[in-house]
Design a protein around this ligand. Structure first.
Ligand code: AMP
Length: 510
């Protein structure tokens, strides 16, 4: 199938071919005709599948076929609104609009926080057809009377799952309430969680559903490997891997902004060109880091989940989970940074005994065991005991036996007031949707003071886990009988290499 077959008009076909695209990706093949026909769309597609062109191309075409909308002063007001969770993603969507719409007479702008309001006000005053916005800043403009949304005919919620994770649900609802009822709605999400389906039920009208990846599956082209390692030796192993495998462009994930900074500084001391990439950095620092990373000046980008959400780098060869995410869905998002648009990629996870529970949750979500390899010289201590993971004032219990029976597969954590990145920090984490392991704000859970929790979690040495043969230190070394993993309602024990015993996926700590 070619782009011509999708019914796109000549100026768009020209722009697409100038981008060097010859064949539409599967999401484009499915989504473009649906959007051109005016239907609402619910699309499951991860970043890297070409989803942005999947909605921007038909959106541009539909708008170019109509007349500009004007307010009483004759100023062009937006006919399309694209909401994204992050500034980076907004900037990228906007770049795509500019590239694909270069032979059309449509204007677009970005509207996100962290930069001055005035240039955005000026752009609105000049007149604009398409606004690409993060929810918070859009509402700021709206409340100041800068923005007229009365002519919006197309609404796109891009990476809606992440907007929910970041606590934007109320903002999204407020924004939708400001729009004309008669409009076309497109919702893109990496996965169709129950929360996404609920949102779609509220916002979309008889949507056509398209999906390019089965629910929560990981990119086929991504080779996933776990390197078991002791917690104190992760950095050494990372440096070793980068140097011995000659990785020139490595995206490394940590759980926290502070962790990202610290690791980047340490890597610099180890002689690598590295920098942290997270929400505490200014927008210009982030864009500079991204540009340096893309053009090869920077070898390692150490990112947090949220900041990395919008990173679009073609054929990123390797992604490293320096720390496994406590939210399994984040793993899927992270590794979606590699193996993009048909290229092969590697997703490496450095996993210590504290994180085995997280690994189980991830394997349950992706519905397959992840291959484990021990790097010679970095064999983990078979008697190492899991420790709680401290993230500011949040304490995560990711060690294998740190879960209580009956609590679902998610790693449990102590109540905390950790400040997650993004608007949720301000918005009280609304719309978190009960994500497993997501730091909870505010009050401690009743009856479980920190001391008793600390007392109650038991560590499990590597040797006692259901490890694959190459990881076992001989037979009869204290390994528990494998029934330890069976019949436990939380499925808390991942049985590497025998997916059949895994309990049904996706249990959440609601
Ligand atoms: P996205 O999933 O929208 O973030 O796109 C991922 C990458 O694929 C971007 O770098 C796009 O420029 C690229 N891309 C999108 N559509 C195509 C296509 N049909 N052929 C080749 N590359 C594409």
């Amino acid at each position: 199938m070619s782009f011509q077959d999708l019914g796109l008009i000549q100026p768009i076909l020209r722009a697409v071919s100038e981008q060097g695209y010859t064949t539409p990706t599967p999401i484009q093949q499915q989504a473009i005709p649906v959007v051109l026909a005016g239907h609402d769309l619910l699309a499951a597609a991860q970043t890297g599948t070409g989803k942005t062109a999947g909605f921007t191309l038909p959106l541009l075409q539909r708008l170019s076929g109509g007349q500009p909308a004007r307010n009483a002063k004759g100023r062009t007001i937006p006919r399309a609104l694209i909401l994204t969770p992050t500034r980076e993603l907004a900037a990228q969507v906007h770049e795509n609009l500019a590239a694909y719409g270069r032979h059309l007479k449509l204007s677009s702008m970005t509207m996100y926080g962290g930069v001055g309001m005035q240039p955005q006000i000026n752009a609105l005053e000049r007149g604009v057809d398409i606004v690409v916005a993060t929810p918070g800043r859009l509402l700021d403009h709206q409340s100041q009377g800068n923005l007229d949304l009365s002519a919006v005919q197309m609404l796109v919620l891009d990476e809606a799952d992440r907007m929910l994770d970041m606590g934007f649900v109320h903002d999204m609802r407020r924004i939708v309430a400001l729009l004309p009822r008669q409009r076309q709605n497109l919702l893109f999400s990496a996965t169709f969680s129950d929360d996404i389906r609920r949102l779609a039920g509220d916002f979309l009208r008889e949507p056509k559903e398209v999906s390019v990846a089965p629910r929560n599956s990981t990119a086929e082209l991504v080779e996933q490997i776990v390197f078991p390692v002791d917690r104190e030796r992760k950095r050494e192993l990372l440096v070793n891997l980068i140097q011995t495998r000659n990785w020139q462009q490595t995206l490394v994930f940590t759980r926290t902004k502070h962790g990202a900074n610290r690791l980047a500084e340490q890597l610099e001391r180890d002689g690598l060109k590295a920098t942290g990439f997270h929400g505490n950095k200014t927008q210009s620092a982030r864009l500079r880091a991204l540009a340096d990373f893309k053009n090869g000046k920077l070898q390692v980008l150490v990112a947090t989940d949220i900041a990395a959400r919008g990173i679009d780098i073609d054929q990123l060869p390797v992604v490293v989970n320096y720390e496994l995410p406590n939210i399994p869905e984040d793993y899927v998002h992270r590794i979606g940074r590699t193996g993009r648009a048909g290229a092969e990629g590697q997703a490496i996870s450095l996993v210590c005994v504290d994180e085995l529970g997280f690994l189980r949750d991830i394997e349950r979500l992706v519905r397959k065991p992840i291959t484990q390899q021990i790097i010679a010289g970095f064999e983990p201590d078979p008697n190492a005991k899991a420790q709680p993971i401290v993230m500011g004032r949040t304490v995560l219990h990711g060690g294998e036996d740190s879960r209580r029976p009956g609590r679902g597969g998610a790693a449990r954590q102590q109540p905390a007031r950790a400040k997650p990145e993004g608007r949720s920090a301000r918005a009280g984490n609304a719309g978190n949707g009960g994500q497993a392991g997501r730091p909870r704000q505010g009050k401690p859970q009743p009856g479980t003071p920190p001391e008793s929790r600390a007392d109650s979690w038991k560590s499990t040495p590597w040797a006692e886990l259901d490890l694959p043969p190459h990881l076992r230190r001989g037979q009869g070394n204290g390994r528990r009988p494998s029934s330890g993993g069976q019949g436990r309602s939380q499925g808390g024990r991942s049985d590497f290499g025998s997916g059949g015993r895994r309990q049904g996926g996706g249990q959440r700590d609601r």
